[in-house]
Design a protein around this ligand. Structure first.
Ligand code: HAM
Length: 425
């Protein structure tokens, strides 16, 4: 027996009819983001490894253990993109977008790759819908992009979303806080996991993100990041909050939210949905004030988010407009001696189904008969079956049968086409 293959671990096939929901979610993103002036960017699926090492940060889980890195035949170290903010900023610098009118508003939809342990809502190839606002003004940009994000999610039917918000301060605030946290944790080092002990040197803020109850207990008395904020960072956060209040956008402040990528400054946020629990955010984002400069561009304010589309779909409300069923193709069947001959199997039939398609009606020919034909129609979601028999052929009509009611009408061809069209707006 020949070997049978499976999709690699952590990846999966997205199949119909589910793919129609994915497409509808993405169409909604394009439409809503378009309302805010965002335009699409498509970056390569792989980049120079160093882009992520520098952009996302050496000390992060993503760079430290989750990247798909390989050497190509030319000896270059390349990495399948684990996220798309660094690539978008790379493109901004590479194409001199800083010389365009600012801010530049970009969105993207596409797969990302992280070598993580697969579990519910976590894949090695996953999909993000994201947006970046580059060259904006700071707090107002943060609020603008959050407003768009929430509108998008509401249009998908989400009502009970929680926007969790925090500030990680500017570089100066964080240096101060890193020291404060390290001095607090050092005497309790023994109670920390191996991972956290390593982070104590490399990235102590990430320890705040711990899921371990024991470590959370250790952290209970830790100094708060808010106490290390510089006046600038404090002011920034205050202005974000007042803008959000002005827009009536509900949010809660989550002092422990730090996010797992190094480029963030000041505002960070996540959106969690009830279905997935707090550990599985459907969306994460924040501001980054030095990333573009670190990638060789001019000092540029950036803020953005990425939604995990796989997770979004898992918790997509049952009544979401994106779940609206897309009707399947009309099935066309020839019946009767003359018809089967005249329609002449495939060739004559092609002319008939092509006529329907030209009128904007999805249609396929079927050789199934009787119960099998309707079984197929139901499986494909076809609203109608069209029969062409001897009489229909003689008088230039189609018999149109409604698959759900099984009611049948014989109509002149033009009228039949008009009737069918109503199901395909
Ligand atoms: P992130 O938090 O690493 O941020 O990822 C954003 C979202 O992608 C997560 O909230 C989650 O829904 C989804 N996600 C991440 N890893 C996986 C996985 N293994 N399987 C399924 N879904 C996953 C970023 O990627 C930043 N680039 C976001 C950003 C844009 N910040 C500023 N601009």
């Amino acid at each position: 027996m020949a070997k049978r293959f499976q999709a690699p671990k952590g990846t999966r096939d997205l199949l119909p009819p589910e793919t129609a929901v994915w497409a509808a979610v993405e169409d909604t993103a394009r439409r809503v983001f378009g309302l805010y002036g965002y335009r699409e960017i498509r970056t390569p699926l792989f980049e120079e490894t160093e882009l992520f090492a520098r952009g996302v940060g050496e000390g992060t889980d993503i760079v430290g253990k989750e990247m798909y890195t390989f050497t190509d035949k030319g000896g270059r170290s390349l990495t399948l993109r684990p996220e798309n903010t660094a690539p978008v900023c790379r493109a901004y610098v590479e194409h001199g977008m800083d010389r365009q009118p600012q801010p530049v508003r970009l969105f993207y939809v596409g797969p990302q790759f992280r070598y993580e342990r697969p579990q519910k809502g976590r894949f090695r190839q996953f999909h993000q819908i994201g947006a970046e606002l580059l060259g904006g003004k700071g707090p107002e940009s943060d609020a603008e992009i959050l407003l768009m994000l929430v509108r998008f999610l509401e249009e998908l039917g989400f009502l009970k979303l929680q926007v969790l918000l925090n500030t990680v301060g500017d570089a100066e605030s964080r240096t101060a806080y890193r020291e404060a946290l390290r001095s607090y944790l050092l005497p309790m080092k023994e109670r920390l996991s191996e991972d956290s002990r390593r982070r104590l040197d490399s990235n102590p803020l990430r320890i705040l993100d711990t899921k371990s109850a024991d470590e959370q207990e250790v952290l209970a008395g830790a100094p708060a990041l808010a106490d290390s904020l510089t006046p600038d960072s404090r002011d920034h956060f205050g202005r974000v909050l007042s803008s959000l209040d002005a827009f009536g956008l509900r949010h809660s402040i989550e002092p422990r939210l730090v996010r797992g990528l190094d480029y963030y400054t000041n505002t960070v946020f996540e959106i969690v949905s009830e279905g997935l629990g707090a550990q599985n955010a459907i969306c994460g984002g924040g501001a980054y004030e030095s990333l573009i400069a670190e990638l060789g561009g001019p000092a540029t304010y950036g803020v953005g988010f990425a939604i995990g589309e796989d997770r979004l779909l898992e918790v997509l409300p049952a009544d979401s407009p994106a779940r609206r069923v897309v009707p399947g193709p009309v099935l066309v069947a020839a019946m009767g001696n003359v018809a089967e001959q005249v329609v002449e199997g495939v060739r004559g039939m092609v002319r008939i189904v092509e006529r329907l398609r030209s009128a904007g009606i999805p249609a396929i020919e079927s050789s199934a008969r009787g119960g099998r034909l309707f079984e197929l129609a139901e499986r494909l979601g076809s609203p109608f079956v069209v029969f062409i028999g001897d009489e229909e052929l003689a008088e230039g009509s189609y018999s149109v049968r409604n698959v759900s009611t099984r009611a049948q009408e014989r109509l002149p061809v033009e009228a039949a086409i008009a009737r069918l069209r109503q199901s395909f707006p």
